[in-house]
Design a binder for this molecule. Structure first.
Ligand code: MCA
Ligand code: AMP
Length: 497
């Protein structure tokens, strides 16, 4: 079944229901019905077609959260166009890799970011595109022929979402209409999403946590969503207070920030709410417990990946066990295996392999990486975990050196390579150091000819890396600890003082 037909229960079936309030330009708030979203995306589909985009083409966006991302996502879904979301915090070097690999026809962005695109890549300014779409006043809630004539099925690619997987350069996970449909159906059912829910979404729409979970659960359940440009801890009391959400999806850093709210504010927020979900990085058990005490809710922790969308979740009904990610979701199977790919017994650690309609079709134009990621039809997550006798799964770490900071992924190698390009730096290695709010933060160890000027180096790196990738400390060492074969032994590095 095409993804769109699931969302039609809201876009068409609940057209007159108020669907969304969103941050708009100049601090204003915009309110739209499902029918408005249907009409806007129909008009945008016509405008995109007029610009020559057709089924199978890639179209990227580099935008902070705004309604136009929803318009674009729906218009592309309607035309079979493949969306390539780009993290808005990325700088030129990071953007160039994705654009070079996905070869989008254009990148939809704001005027101030157009210069960050590689030379020769068309920047389609989001406001201009919106005006062009809105000029098609004859197109309303009735779908234009080009939409009704486009047939997408479960195997049609919907998005290329960039991730480094467990090894190598950043790759585009090919997520299909079927992957998103399965994810939306399962989560809506398993988490009991309802049309009378109020979902506060502060997650960025350029990652699948915001895009595949928040956006689709809202559109499938037909509930109401408040979309903010981004999460801001200083505005949380105002948002939660005025909007009174029943459902909130967040990363652990957001929950750590919410613990700073006054006790009576926290209690009032909890009184309106039904469900708090957390994922993308480990939720420390003490945060779950402190949140329970202050807000009166046990956070439901779940586990997913860009390549697989959601895999495992604590139950809605039943025990939400601190420190675990729960049980496999309804359409996903999970094996825990040893180095040879044999199932390990209960209580023994191994790599998680998953299978289900949520698992991506592979990596964009990388048959070898795709072949390496799958074994006998199972996707090798690279995550290490253990299953208890009653089935609850606890994640214990990763096979790769991936650092997750505030829910954003950081691949040490990218920073290491950039550091080693700097004059005077002979060797560099980057590791994750524990951080109470962000989970982990990157720290660099360097072998250099002279003292490190941390401020100057940070200023330089800031022009090339997203802010969350900037090392929080630079430690100068005489030599990096290496094995006889020359591999850096990161666990032997001295702790940061
Ligand atoms: C942070 N910044 C942003 C955003 N988030 N800028 C624009 N849009 C954003 N969404 C910038 C800030 O301007 C600042 O930059 C820096 O990041 C840190 O911001 P700060 O306010 O100090 O934030 P914080 O309190 O530390 O909280 C950070 C955060 C952010 C809001 C929790 O990390 C975040 O939105 N994380 C969500 C990531 C996510 O969605 N991951 C899902 C991946 P400067 O330093 O320059 O001032 S998908 C996934 O992992 C799988 C599938 C899964 O299981 O979900
Ligand atoms: P990404 O590449 O951004 O999709 O990140 C996926 C990775 O995030 C997974 O492979 C896990 O390592 C991690 N992750 C997601 N959810 C959780 C969770 N609840 N607990 C621990 N790690 C998680």
């Amino acid at each position: 079944m095409a993804l769109l037909s699931l969302l039609d229960h809201s876009l068409i079936g609940a057209a007159d229901r108020v669907a969304l309030e969103a941050d708009a330009a100049g601090g204003a708030t915009q309110s739209l019905t499902f029918g408005d979203l249907e009409a806007r995306s129909n008009r945008l589909a016509v405008a995109l077609a007029a610009r020559g985009v057709t089924r199978g083409d890639r179209l990227a966006f580099l935008l902070a959260n705004r309604v136009e991302i929803i318009d674009l996502w729906l218009a592309c879904m309607k035309l079979g166009i493949i969306v390539v979301p780009i993290n808005v915090l990325y700088q030129q070097r990071e953007i160039a890799h994705i654009v070079g690999d996905a070869e989008p026809l254009a990148v939809v962005t704001t005027a101030d970011r157009a210069a960050d695109l590689p030379t020769g890549t068309p920047a389609w300014i989001v406001e201009t595109l919106h005006e062009e779409a809105e000029a098609h006043t004859e197109i309303t809630r009735a779908r234009p022929a080009m939409v009704t004539a486009t047939v997408c099925d479960a195997d049609t690619p919907m998005a290329l979402v960039y991730t480094s997987g467990t090894t190598g350069a950043s790759k585009g996970a090919v997520l299909t209409h079927g992957n998103f449909a399965a994810n939306a159906l399962v989560l809506t059912a398993d988490w009991g999403m309802r049309a009378d829910d109020r979902l506060l979404n502060t997650l960025p729409l350029f990652h699948v946590h915001g895009l595949g979970n928040a956006l689709h659960l809202w559109l499938l359940s037909g509930c109401h969503m408040k979309l903010t440009a981004r999460f801001e801890a200083s505005r949380a009391a105002e948002w939660f207070g005025a909007y009174a959400p029943t459902v909130f999806f967040g990363v652990p850093t957001m929950y750590v920030r919410l613990l700073d709210l006054a006790a009576d504010t926290a209690r009032a927020i909890g009184a309106h709410a039904r469900l708090f979900v957390c994922g993308s990085a480990p939720l420390p058990a003490h945060v779950l417990e402190a949140f329970h005490e202050r807000f009166g809710h046990v956070i439901l922790e779940r586990y997913g990946m860009t390549e697989t969308l959601m895999n495992v979740s604590n139950p809605y009904h039943g025990e939400r066990r601190a420190g675990t990610v729960g049980l496999p979701l309804s359409l996903t199977s999970v094996r825990i295996v040893d180095e040879q790919g044999a199932d390990v017994p209960v209580g023994t650690s191994g790599e998680l392999w998953v299978r289900g309609p949520n698992v991506c079709a592979g990596y964009w134009r990388r048959p070898e990486a795709t072949a390496a990621a799958f074994a006998d039809g199972w996707f090798r997550t690279g995550d290490i975990g253990v299953r208890a006798a009653d089935g609850y799964i606890t994640l214990e770490g990763r096979r790769s050196e991936l650092i997750i900071s505030g829910g954003f992924n950081i691949y040490p190698r990218e920073i290491e390579e950039l550091l080693m390009e700097q004059p005077g730096i002979r060797e560099a290695t980057v590791v994750g150091a524990p951080d109470p709010a962000r989970g982990e933060v990157p720290v660099a160890y360097v072998v250099s000819d002279a003292d490190i000027d941390a401020a100057a180096l940070t200023a330089l790196l800031r022009t090339q890396l997203a802010s969350f990738k900037l090392p929080r400390a630079f430690v100068r060492v005489e030599a990096l600890p290496r094995t006889a074969l020359g591999k850096v032994q990161k666990h032997l590095l001295p702790p940061v003082s």
